[in-house]
Design a protein around this ligand. Structure first.
Ligand SMILES: NC(=O)c1ccc[n+]([C@@H]2O[C@H](COP(=O)([O-])OP(=O)(O)OC[C@H]3O[C@@H](n4cnc5c(N)ncnc54)[C@H](O)[C@@H]3O)[C@@H](O)[C@H]2O)c1
Length: 448
């Protein structure tokens, strides 16, 4: 048995090195699709799995549905054998299966692992001996060992088990967190080190070998739980530091100190300081959500993660703070919010991306509407916006030429294609939550 399994490991390694290994990626979203393209560029034959038939159809005709992924890249991948499918039976033909499905929170702010469990249950009957399954979805420490492995073992009618060492047969399981920073082009994807934790050293080393074909460096750690916790530490670090500057912004406004100037000065310190910037609230699939995966899990250990809760409270309060500032700025001009026309600039949760998940703009629009304002939006990345899990806007982007018609323009997302000088010059009032107007002196700007 020892020899057989060692041979099998060597065989998989050779398949990876010679690019004969077939790679299946489940979840063709913001994480899974770019990952599929990276493997395809590295000359692997890649299959993308998704339950959304529109995504499958779009990819199979060589087109894209994500702004920063050009259709030409899909076409190129198609020429190298990339295809998409919703048919899980094809999992059996894969050597490596990487799961990149969503991990949101439910209405009670608790982890919603239904996408992960749904996926794992669906693939369990197709998983085979020697196959490597890697979870990339962000989640709490313990998910891979406590949820993924048992579901794979229970759903496998052949009685196949996870192989934890060279002496056992079975499939291999690892966790490797995604570290992408959407819209950040300063670091090439290849240069972002990839953390890998395996259920046993063979799974860890094989997963490392797979990722080394597309990343310059992998960081093997001792267990999936360490890899899961690493991702959460990174995001909690951001969440807590953003909360700190969001709180300091509120204090600095009272003290008439420009916090952005303070941060710029502080970041000249060559050690021990990293700059974080205040804003209208957290957005995206990661920072507002991931910390709560840990605080939920901590309760099992009778532990309260007070930093996370405090940071969550401060960050969640920021859209309310922005709305209070809009009301105050309008009242300074002798206007009431009720009945006034407000144009929100930017729906995306951050600059230059086409993702509005958890965007503070959605909360700000809702709060303004509840207070009787007539709200419209402009966003070059969203010509129209319909209905999501947590919002129902059903609106069309208002052209910037209509700015003079509005009582107040609120900059929530500082897209780089906006001409801020022209916006300020034509607006009655600008409330700037991003310091986008920092180089413009005008009486109609209120920064908050
Ligand atoms: N977007 C980011 O910047 C980012 C960064 C780091 C980590 N992550 C993490 O990566 C994971 C994926 O995030 P994302 O942004 O790519 O999500 P996404 O919503 O963009 O994509 C997920 C895809 O999975 C598909 N899907 C859902 N259930 C499925 C199933 N059972 N089988 C097949 N496909 C299924 C959906 O149709 C969708 O296309 C999450 O855990 C997220 O926290 C995201």
């Amino acid at each position: 048995m020892l020899v057989t399994s060692a041979n099998r490991t060597a065989e998989i390694l050779q398949k990876i090195e010679t690019r004969q290994a077939r790679i299946g990626i489940i979840g063709m979203g913001y994480v899974g699709l770019p990952l599929a393209l990276l493997f395809s560029e590295a000359r692997f034959r890649v299959t993308g799995f998704d339950i959304d038939p529109r995504k499958v159809e779009t990819l199979n005709r060589g087109a894209s549905y994500i702004v920063r992924v050009p259709g030409t890249e899909i076409e190129l991948a198609r020429e190298s054998g990339f295809s998409a499918t919703g048919d899980y039976a094809q999992i059996a033909a894969m050597d490596v299966v990487i799961i990149c499905v969503p991990t949101p929170l439910n209405e009670y702010h608790e982890p919603d692992l239904s996408y992960v469990t749904g996926t794992v249950k669906s693939i369990a009957s197709h998983v085979r001996d020697g196959q490597l399954v890697i979870l990339e979805s962000t989640t709490y420490p313990g998910t891979t060992e406590e949820i993924v492995v048992p579901l794979l073992e229970q759903g496998n009618s052949t009685g196949l088990r996870v192989a934890r060492d060279a002496s056992s047969a079975g499939f291999l399981v690892a966790f490797s967190p995604e570290r992408e920073d959407p819209g950040n082009d300063t670091v090439a994807r290849r240069d972002i080190p990839k953390v890998v934790g395996g259920c046993g050293p063979i799974a860890r080393d094989l997963a490392s070998a797979v990722y080394k074909t597309i990343f310059n460096r992998t960081v093997p750690v001792s267990s999936p739980a360490v890899a899961e916790m690493t991702k959460l530490l990174e995001n909690i670090y951001r969440c807590v530091n953003i909360a700190l500057v969001n709180e300091l912004k509120q204090l600095c406004m009272r003290m008439d100190i420009d916090l952005f100037e303070v941060i710029d000065a502080a970041k000249t310190k060559p050690f021990g300081f990293q700059a974080f910037y205040p804003g209208p609230g957290l957005g995206g699939h990661c920072i507002p959500i991931d910390p709560f995966y840990l605080s939920w899990k901590a309760k099992e250990f009778d532990f309260r993660t007070r930093f996370i809760e405090l940071a969550g409270e401060i960050n969640a309060g920021m859209p309310y703070f922005v709305v209070d500032n809009i009301i105050e700025a309008m009242s300074q001009q002798g206007k009431a919010l009720r009945g006034s026309r407000i144009l929100v600039l930017g729906l995306a949760y951050k600059r230059d991306i086409d993702d509005l998940r958890e965007s503070p703009s959605l909360t700000i629009i809702e709060l303004l509407q509840k207070r009787g304002a007539q709200v419209e939006y402009n966003d070059p990345f969203f010509p129209t916006v319909g209905q999501g899990r947590k919002y129902a806007l059903n609106m069309t982007s208002t052209p910037l030429t209509k700015i003079p018609e509005f009582d107040c323009i609120v900059i929530v997302t500082d897209h780089s294609q906006y001409n801020y000088r022209s916006i300020v010059a034509t607006a009655k009032l600008v409330v700037d939550t991003r310091n986008a107007t920092r180089n413009i002196e005008a009486a109609n700007i209120v920064r908050c």
